[in-house]
Design a protein around this ligand. Structure first.
Ligand code: FAD
Length: 567
């Protein structure tokens, strides 16, 4: 049906009219804060889907039945936003064009629910709406792989997608999830909770790109332990009505297929309006979130942010960033002196009882950029080991060897990972060095941490490396060291060595080392223990005895997780 334009009755007038496109994370944060700061402004929110202010981050958990009430996902409805904030909220309405010269928008009404294929149907009615200031928060769109049959793959972006996926799950026994990013992994877990046989297919050789391979391996092992099959390093090449075909000829049964291969900024409207688009494909904004048009502003997944490490444009499609930008923009629009800060990309997810969190850059990215770094792996307990319920986590810190600046951190474990990564992200934002982590005063009681918190411990290692008190070797450097004839010394107990040993290691327990120094073979030594702590003590003993020594970073535990990986 051809849209039937209607004549606009809107004109520029007092009070100031601020129109916001997109009524979820960034858009609604802007709207609510704007109202709190300016009781007089007219604020209109235009939203294409049928819902505003919904909890996108909770969608996978509704599909999995963890969140049981659909209404719990809907934090507000247009009526409640009108009552509390005096907002004019129009759902099922799409902004299709921006006339920048006249500061008008073309709006098109879309039908409440989908056609047989699930796409929203256009009702045809259009109208124009004047704005004084325009805020774009259109978010990101799921990437669509150009493969035969892709139409049957379901995305998960909004409530409508969620309803479709939840309905399909009820009919399915087998599922293929395309993509092992955050959403793919969360969806896989939730489909498994619903009793489906789930296979995840990921083109990269690992799950969860923000992690380095040896950290991601812990997550992959946990997923497999819970019955999720992983096809890493492979692509889906075709979807039929009942199967997913992979590039190695594998055919996977798939009553249900979920597409979660990433998102890209939704810039269609901005491009059409001639706004500047940046090198990463997002809308360009300045540090006050103004686009290339002085009356158009933009926030959230659709905009390019500034990377905290490089100052270069970056895409960081995360809720915290969108919400912070939304609030900040309201401040700017009401005359407050605020500027947006660069982003670290701090993120977390849960999967089968593991917390998985990261901030800043990972080692893979640093290496690819040719940026010097130092890596530190530790395996501390989430709280004092003598207090019930302590769980071991894996932490990784990346440090600039010249400046001691923290470049990034990752954590995987059942408990306490969230606060450690958040502390490190805060330290990074505050410009603390890696060695400064040693001196952070952090809350402690046995049920919550250790008197020397895992974050302090990372600082101790960083300081030892910075001052040359210790030298370490990474898991992927061990084969070369051994082929160069270096001695591998296992300083764990004889019992631990007998149970699991790195091939070629000589065992002298750390407590016997001072008496048995003459048994250490000639040559440079690599010491290792379970996690690196006893190795550090042994390294100091050997160093004092005049030996050249390096401690295997992260000990046996990191090595054993990573041994089959390549960097
Ligand atoms: P959105 O919140 O996506 O809102 C954009 C809205 O604009 C959409 O509703 C869209 O319909 C509307 N729109 C677009 N164009 C138009 C138009 N022309 N006219 C009218 N309306 C339009 N982030 C985290 O940090 N942690 C998480 O755990 C997490 N989990 C997630 C789980 C899922 C399933 C999804 C989909 C996302 C998740 N995210 C998470 C990402 C987070 O939701 C986004 O970063 C955030 O919502 C972005 O906010 P935004 O305002 O930019 O876009």
């Amino acid at each position: 049906m051809t849209p039937s334009p209607t004549t606009s009755t809107e004109t520029a007038s007092d009070p100031r009219h601020i129109v916001i496109v997109g009524g979820v994370a960034g858009g609604m944060s802007t709207a609510a804060r704007l109202r709190r700061l300016d009781e007089a402004a007219r604020i209109t929110v235009i939203e294409r889907s049928g819902h505003v202010s919904f909890a996108n981050c909770g969608l996978p958990y509704y599909v999995g039945g963890v969140i049981q009430q659909r209404e719990a996902l809907l934090l507000h409805i247009p009526e409640s936003l009108a009552a509390r904030f005096g907002l004019e909220v129009r759902v099922h309405t799409e902004v299709t064009a921006i006339d920048r010269d006249h500061r008008t928008l073309t709006l098109r009404r879309v039908a409440p629910e989908g056609t047989a294929t699930g796409a929203a149907t256009e009702t045809g009615a259009t109208e124009e709406l004047h704005y004084d200031e325009l805020v774009l928060s259109p978010g990101a769109r799921p990437r669509i792989l150009p493969i035969p049959g892709i139409k049957r793959a379901l995305p998960l972006r909004d409530i409508e997608d969620t309803d479709r996926l939840a309905a399909a799950v009820a009919q399915a026994r087998t599922a293929v999830v395309m993509g092992a990013g955050f959403i793919g992994v969360e969806v896989a877990e939730n489909l498994a909770h619903r009793g489906l046989d789930v296979t995840v297919v990921e083109f990269a050789p690992q799950v969860l790109a923000p992690l380095d391979a040896e950290m991601a391996q812990i997550v992959a092992d946990r997923m497999r332990d819970h019955g999720v099959a992983l096809h890493l390093g492979h692509a889906v090449t075709e979807l039929t009505a009942t199967e997913a075909a992979l590039d190695d000829g594998t055919r996977l049964p798939a009553d249900l297929v979920v597409a979660a291969v990433g998102v890209q900024p939704d810039t269609a409207l901005a491009r059409e309006a001639g706004l500047e688009i940046g090198p990463r494909g997002g809308i360009v904004v300045d540090d006050r979130l103004r686009t290339s048009d002085p009356h158009i502003w933009a926030v959230g997944d659709a905009v390019e942010k500034i990377d905290a490490l490089t100052g270069e444009p970056a895409l960081v499609p995360l809720a915290n960033t969108a919400n912070r930008q939304g609030r900040l923009l309201a401040d700017v629009l009401t005359g407050r002196e605020r500027t947006d800060r660069p982003v670290l990309g701090t993120s977390i997810l849960g999967v089968f009882g593991l917390q998985v969190a990261a901030t800043g850059w990972n080692e893979r990215r640093l290496r690819a950029a040719g940026r010097p770094y130092r890596a530190i792996h530790t395996h501390p307990a989430s709280h004092a080991g003598y207090h019930p319920g302590a769980a071991t986590m894996a932490l990784k810190l990346l440090v600039d060897p010249q400046t001691d600046a923290i470049l990034g951190a990752q954590g995987v474990g059942e408990d306490g990972v969230d606060k450690r990564i958040d502390v490190i992200a805060t330290a990074m934002a505050g410009g603390l060095t890696a060695s400064d982590l040693a001196d952070l005063e952090l809350a402690y009681a046995p049920a919550f941490g250790s008197a020397k918190d895992p974050v302090n411990m990372l600082g101790y290692v960083a300081d030892n490396l910075r001052t040359g008190q210790e030298r370490t070797l990474q898991w992927h450097e061990l084969p070369q060291a051994l082929s160069d004839g270096e001695v591998l010394l296992d300083v764990r107990s004889a019992g631990e060595h007998a149970a699991w040993a790195i091939p070629g290691a000589v065992n002298i327990p750390v407590d016997e080392l001072r008496e048995r120094l003459d048994e250490v073979p000639e040559g440079p030594v690599v010491v290792h223990c379970a996690v690196g702590v006893r190795g550090h003590i042994a390294a100091q003993v050997l160093q004092a005895a005049g030996r050249e020594v390096r401690n295997l970073d992260g000990g046996y535990r990191t090595w054993s997780v990573a041994r089959e990986l390549t960097v």
